[in-house]
Design a protein around this ligand. Structure first.
Ligand code: WTA
Length: 646
């Protein structure tokens, strides 16, 4: 197979403790022929941390090269960390983890803001063969608890507190709540390691290169509680830890990490990626899609809590010995100049962000962008959701001054790295199209009966053969992996996205075709929001649909049917929003909540979301409504639509 030969050559550029005994690739994509499995280089052993750090320092002599310029939430709060310093800290923390009893195969939960210790923590897990499960620090304590329990993590790494723009987040408090909930559910987490981040100034740290970054702002008075016997300070443990640590040699097919992504049933899926294939895939996509050169300064604005951060803040850039920016803040703090001033400050050459950020900044006009030089920029990337041509053009014309190719990269948590993407300078672009497959990727478009469509077509986007970065299983539930991705069309990996191919062969993603929503580039399932709503005592039933939003792309429009004795009020709306924030996190906060005394249902009782989506948009062209059990509910809902964002 061409793809295995191609990847075989690439594998030679990495360090293998023992080579692949062969075969290089074995797989089954067809549920009708048995269990789904994908094995790349099984039997070969390596360590991804060794490849991305030790080799860069010792073999490639990049020890003094900056791995990350860290830019804090507050302008002026900065530090940098070289490859050598990163290696030392990772070895120290690996020793800390081992001393705490963490062994190969154990799961470690990480709940941290974008600070250098987050990178150190994940690489230390990788070094000792433990699986990191990073939970985005914007998720609620409930979400953290659910994820800790699902993969029975024995240790949690977190932070005292941090600022996101002007908002103070007391992360330790949320972590404590999560651990309390785990305890109540009969799963006590043994240890919680806490980085002193806001309180850093008190420690007088920052003088020694292998210490954490200095902080210039005075520390606010954050009260954090301390659980004796469980909580340990990161800096105290690091002081005692040795700075050499033999890596754990792992099979290429050993799991590297778990990252949860929303599932259409409402329960998040623990996507499992493996050591060897993921390493090859993120290193190679990074190199070609961003046309990497040694002198580049790369900046991916994604949080490491998402797959984009895993692959293109940490593993991909480090595998190439790149210098990156690690940004803790947000694009609008202290003002909308922030991103472009950082671009100029570090002379960023390759910049990677999400359409939602572009649309947000577009609203403020060209001036905040054009008053900065941006002369260093060479390639601009986007990811996370379809980019509308208007935002694409603004990105190209204003941000990139028409000089920089745009790489619109389509991929998923499940795919590990880029799947459909232009190669900068080589692929003629079309605004809004992710263009063509990456090397070794074989897409197809299927119709409802599973037939491959040729030429100009629209249908289900699937992939016909494995690439090294594909997920291997859903943690603890292989059957769910098979059902979600392989059952609908035997023989294919099903993305869940709709796609159109035009007459020139360009691929255009048309959006999700399952019960998933994409809010600001983050996937949410309707089911998880609905179940958070019905947990409120006033709510009998809830239905959630996606609704177009000028900045977020899509926002949540919720219909709620109340229990007898409850009345709909602004107070209740607020309570419901709070409920969702607490159950899931602020990203899932709905923009609209409508009182729905009745919901349109089929005679068998299924809620007709298709009709609800139209009602939310005041679109009376409902198509066939003959299956609606009680048509009168439709006119009621139309006349009581929410007209403004609440
Ligand atoms: C959507 C993010 C159109 C798509 C890396 C996919 C996109 C889901 C694009 C995965 C793009 C991502 N154009 N749609 N360039 N990139 N998507 O798992 O619906 O958070 O299935 O991974 O985002 O989101 P996830």
């Amino acid at each position: 197979m061409v793809s295995a030969e191609f990847w075989g050559d690439i594998a030679k550029e990495f360090y293998w403790k023992t080579p692949c005994p062969g075969p290089f690739l074995r797989y089954n994509f067809d549920v009708t022929k048995g269990k789904i499995f994908i094995e790349w280089m099984k039997g070969a052993s390596t360590n991804i941390c060794y490849n991305v750090l030790d080799r860069n320092v010792h073999e490639k002599k990049l020890g003094d090269k900056v791995a990350f310029y860290w830019e804090g939430n507050e302008p002026g709060e900065t530090t940098q960390i070289t490859y050598h310093e990163l290696l030392v800290q990772v070895c120290q923390f690996s020793n800390v983890l081992r001393k705490q009893g963490i062994q190969k195969g154990d799961r470690v939960a990480i709940y941290m803001p974008m600070i250098p210790e987050l990178v150190v923590a994940m690489l230390a897990c990788a070094r000792i063969g433990a699986l990191h499960s990073i939970v985005f620090a914007g998720f609620s304590s409930e979400s953290l608890c659910e994820r800790i329990l699902d993969s029975s993590c024995s240790l949690l790494i977190t932070t005292d507190a941090f600022y996101r723009g002007e908002k103070l987040v007391n992360l330790k408090e949320l972590a404590d709540e999560a651990l309390q909930k785990c305890q109540e559910k009969g799963f006590p987490v043994r240890r919680c390691i806490v980085v002193k981040h806001l309180g850093r100034a008190e420690l007088g740290m920052g003088d020694s290169p292998s210490q954490s970054p200095p902080i210039k702002r005075s520390c606010p008075d954050v009260q954090i509680s301390w659980n004796q016997g469980i909580d340990l300070w990161w800096h105290e443990l690091m002081q005692e830890a040795g700075d050499e640590c033999e890596p754990e040699w792992c099979d290429a097919e050993d799991p590297l990490f778990i990252l949860y992504t929303s599932g259409s049933t409402g329960k998040p899926k623990g996507v499992v990626h493996t050591v060897g294939g993921y390493m090859l895939y993120v290193a190679t996509t990074f190199k070609y899609v961003f046309d990497f050169h040694a002198e580049d300064v790369f900046w991916c604005t994604a949080d490491i809590g998402w797959i984009t951060g895993h692959s293109y803040v940490t593993y991909g850039p480090l595998a190439n010995g790149a210098t990156s920016v690690l940004f803790e803040g947000i694009p609008t703090y202290p003002d909308v100049n922030r991103l472009w001033s950082i671009v100029d400050k570090y002379k960023v050459t390759k910049f990677y962000t999400a359409p939602t950020a572009i649309r947000l900044l577009m609203k403020f006009g060209d001036e905040p962008v054009t008053k900065h030089s941006r002369a260093s920029l060479q390639v601009l990337g986007t990811v996370g959701e379809p980019i509308n041509p208007e935002a694409w053009l603004w990105y190209h014309q204003v941000v990139g001054a028409q000089r920089c190719p745009i790489v619109d990269t389509f991929w998923q948590t499940e795919t590990g790295g880029h799947m459909l993407t232009p190669l900068p300078g080589a692929t003629p672009m079309k605004p809004g199209s992710a263009t063509f497959p990456f090397f070794g990727v074989a897409p197809a478009i299927l119709n409802e009966s599973g037939e491959e469509l040729e030429g100009e077509a629209e249908g289900y986007l699937v992939f016909k053969q494995p690439w090294p970065g594909i997920m291997r299983t859903v943690y603890g539930n292989h059957e769910r992996f098979e059902t979600t991705y392989f059952k609908k069309f035997p023989g294919y990996y099903v993305t869940g996205d709709g796609c159109r191919r035009d007459q020139d062969g360009y691929y255009w993603i048309t959006g999700r075709i399952d019960d998933m929503l994409n809010v600001s580039g983050h996937l949410l399932s309707t089911a998880e929001v609905e179940s958070a709503l019905v947990e409120h005592e006033a709510v009998a039933e809830a239905a959630v649909v996606g609704h177009p939003h000028p900045v977020k792309g899509e926002c949540l429009y919720c219909f709620v049917t109340l229990c007898d004795g409850h009345t709909f009020s602004p107070k209740l709306t607020e309570e419901l929003k709070k409920q969702i924030r607490e159950k899931i996190g602020p990203i899932a906060t709905p923009d609209y909540i409508q009182n729905a005394p009745g919901l349109p249902k089929t005679r068998s009782g299924k809620i007709m979301r298709r009709v609800l989506r139209k009602i939310a948009q005041n679109d009376h062209d409902l198509g066939d409504t003959s299956t609606v059990a009680d048509p009168s509910v439709i006119s009621h809902l139309f006349s009581h639509r929410c007209l403004t964002i609440q």
